[in-house]
Design a protein around this ligand. Structure first.
Ligand code: CP3
Length: 357
C-alpha cells in the first residue's frame, strides 16, 4: 500500500507510532552509523571498494543498509550513504578517507568559489534513489530513515577542506563576510532540501538532518547565522510529507532552537533526556542518547545505563532509543545487540501526554 508520496504505509512500525503520538508496541531503537566497520559482514562486503563507490553502487548500498536490521532487529534502517554524497554528485572534488572523513581537494575561500557551486539537477542522484528502492523491497515493515547533512556541517567540510576541531576558517567567513556566508548557506540549504526530497519521493519514511558540528556555536550565533538555513531544509522536508529528526553534537545550549521545526529532536549523550525535555518542552519526541563508548563497558553497567535512559526518556511525549552519536567502529556488535534486546524487553513507559484542552 502506498500514499500519494509513494511512501509505503507501514502498519505497526514502533518508530512511526512514536513520532505520530501513538503508543508503540515496543520502544523503538536504532543506532546512528549502525551500518559500518563494527560489523564483520560490512567489512567483508566493502573489501577493496572505496566508500564513495559503495554509496553510488545501488545493490551494495542497499545491502549495507539492510545488514544491521538483519543482525540487530532494530526498528529502523538508516539509508547507507554519506552527507557529502550530493556534493560529490554535483562534481565537487571530495573524497572520504578511511579514519579521517570527507576531504575536499580545493577548500572554498572566496565569494567566487561559492558562486561556482552548482545547483543539484534531477537525475544526478539516480543511483541513490535506486538504492532506496532496492532496500525498500527487502525491508518490509521496517521503516527506512533517509538523511541529509545540514548546511553548517557541510559548509565546515567545504571551507576547512576536511574535519576540523576549531572550525576557524568557517567562522572567519561567517563572522567576516555575512553576504558570502549567506550565499553559501543558501545554496547548501537548497541542495540539502533537494537531496531530502528525492529520498522522500523514493519512499523513505522519515528524514534525519545531521548537523554534527553545529555545537561549536553559541546560541545567538546559531540563531543568526545558521538556524534560518537549517529551518529552510526542515520546512522543505515537512512540505514533502516526511517526519523530521534534527540532530547535532554538543548542542545542549541549542536544543530549544533546534526543536522549533522538527518532529523529533536528537540529543547527544551529554544532556540527560529528562533535562532535554525540560529545556525544549515535554511535547517534543526525543531521540537518544547512550554514550557510544558505554558499549565498551561491562554488561551490567551498560544495561543499567540503558534502563536509566529509558526512564529519563519517559519525561518526553515519546522516545526513540539511540546512541548519543554514531557507533564507534571498534564496537562489539554483541554489545549493541544486547542494548537492542534490553530496549525491546522493557515495557513501554507512560509518556508525557499534553493536557487536553
Ligand atoms: O549507518 C549509518 O548511519 C549509515 C549512513 C551514514 C554514514 N555517514 C556512512 C559512513 C550516515 C548517516 C553518515 C553521516 C555522516 N557522515 C555524518 C553525520 C553523522 C555524524 O557522525 O556526525 C558526518 C559528519 C559524516 C562525514 C563522515 N563520513 C565521517 C566523519 C566519516 C568517518 C571517517 C572514518 O573513517 O572514521 C565518514 C565516512 C563514513 N560514512 C563511513 C560510513 C559507514 C566509514 C567509511 C568506511 O567504512 O570506510
Amino acid at each position: 500500500m502506498s500514499n500519494s508520496l509513494q511512501q509505503p504505509v507501514l502498519e505497526n512500525a514502533p518508530l512511526l507510532d512514536v513520532i505520530s503520538g501513538r503508543r508503540p508496541q515496543n520502544i523503538p531503537v536504532w543506532f546512528m552509523r549502525q551500518a559500518g566497520r563494527s560489523l564483520p559482514e560490512y567489512r567483508s562486503a566493502r573489501e577493496g571498494i572505496p566508500m564513495l563507490e559503495a554509496c553510488f553502487t545501488p545493490e551494495l548500498a542497499a545491502e549495507l543498509t539492510l545488514q544491521p536490521v538483519k543482525r540487530y532487529g532494530v526498528d529502523a534502517a538508516i539509508f547507507f550513504s554519506d552527507i557529502v554524497v550530493p556534493l560529490v554528485a554535483l562534481g565537487l572534488k571530495i573524497d572520504i578517507v578511511a579514519g579521517v572523513g570527507p576531504v575536499f581537494e580545493k577548500p572554498l575561500r572566496t565569494p567566487a568559489d561559492i558562486a561556482a557551486i552548482p545547483e543539484l539537477q534531477p537525475g544526478q542522484l539516480d543511483k541513490v534513489t535506486q538504492a532506496i528502492s532496492f532496500a525498500l523491497t527487502e525491508l518490509g515493515n521496517t521503516p527506512l530513515i533517509g538523511f541529509t547533512g545540514a548546511p553548517y556541517t557541510l559548509a565546515s567540510y567545504l571551507i576547512e577542506g576536511g574535519p576540523s576541531k576549531n572550525h576557524e576558517n568557517t567562522k572567519a567567513l561567517m563572522y567576516g563576510d555575512e553576504t558570502a556566508w549567506n550565499a553559501l548557506m543558501s545554496v547548501l540549504a537548497r541542495i540539502c532540501a533537494e537531496y531530502a526530497r528525492l529520498q522522500i519521493a523514493a519512499g523513505v519514511s522519515a528524514v534525519q538532518l545531521f548537523d554534527s558540528w553545529v555545537g561549536s556555536l553559541p546560541l545567538a550565533d546559531y540563531v543568526k547565522y545558521v538556524k534560518p538555513h537549517s529551518d529552510f531544509v526542515l520546512k522543505a522536508i515537512k512540505t514533502a510529507g516526511a517526519p523530521r529528526i534534527h540532530f547535532g553534537v554538543t548542542t545542549g545550549e541549542l536544543l530549544p532552537a533546534m526543536a522549533e521545526h522538527t518532529d523529533v529532536l536528537g540529543v547527544d549523550f551529554r544532556v540527560p533526556l529528562d533535562t532535554a525535555a525540560q529545556r525544549v518542552g515535554r511535547q517534543t519526541v526525543l531521540q537518544g542518547n547512550l554514550d557510544p563508548a558505554f558499549v565498551f563497558a561491562p554488561k551490567e553497567a551498560l544495561l543499567s545505563r540503558v534502563d536509566q535512559i529509558i526512564h529519563q526518556g519517559s519525561a518526553a511525549a515519546g522516545h526513540i532509543f539511540n546512541l548519543g552519536h554514531g557507533v564507534i567502529p571498534s564496537s562489539n556488535p554483541d554489545a549493541l545487540k544486547r542494548v537492542v534486546d534490553r530496549v525491546h524487553e522493557t515495557e513501554v513507559p507512560e509518556y508525557y501526554v499534553a493536557d487536553q484542552v
